[in-house]
Ligand binder design. Structure first.
Ligand code: HEM
Length: 146
């Protein structure tokens, strides 16, 4: 497995892949992974969240220069890893991935809005939605830089 980028993706500056880059430790057991609908469910949730964020006039510009092939892949890996699906996260740390894009607190709130809608549409129970959001919340200071 090529650590930095896959075929069809743009090259990125070299970095050291590590599980810690995912920004959270995985849930134990299979409860969360099953609640999210496993590989297919997570794939739909990530795609819907990104599609909605790209289509949202409030955040569209943020994604204009982004390699969406890579972002979909790494975000699916990260969610799978955190949800206990046993994936390896091969992407960058949250600080590295977001240090050039100048996100604001409002951008974070918008992404969470779209993620909540995607989880709801996938049928993830409210309790598991909130457990997952609680894993992502501590990453906010690493992603929001202004
Ligand atoms: C907890 C919240 C977040 C998580 C878990 C997350 C996760 C990720 C991941 C896994 C990557 C790819 C890492 C890599 O390429 O190696 C990434 C990059 C990116 N994220 Fe986030 N992200 C979060 C918040 C946000 C928000 C709020 C926005 C904007 C609304 C955003 C926009 C982007 C963009 C544009 C990139 C690509 C940066 C580039 O082209 O280098 N992210 N994020």
């Amino acid at each position: 497995q090529e650590p930095h980028h896959m075929p069809g993706e743009e090259a990125v500056e070299p970095y050291v892949p590590a599980p810690e880059n995912a920004g959270a430790t995985p849930f134990e057991g299979t409860e969360m992974w099953l609640a999210f609908g496993q590989t297919e469910g997570v794939s739909r949730i990530v795609d819907q969240t990104l599609d909605a964020s790209v289509a949202d006039p409030r955040t569209a510009d943020i994604f204009a220069a982004t390699d969406m092939v890579r972002l979909r892949r790494t975000l699916k890996e990260q969610f799978c890893y955190i949800l206990g699906g046993g994936c390896v996260y091969t992407g960058r740390s949250m600080a590295d991935a977001h240090d050039d894009i100048g996100l604001q607190a409002s951008d974070f709130a918008i992404l969470v809005e779209h993620l909540q809608a995607a989880m709801r549409d996938q049928g993830v129970p409210f309790r598991q939605q909130n457990r997952f959001l609680a894993k992502l919340a501590p990453m906010r200071p690493d992603t929001v830089t202004r």
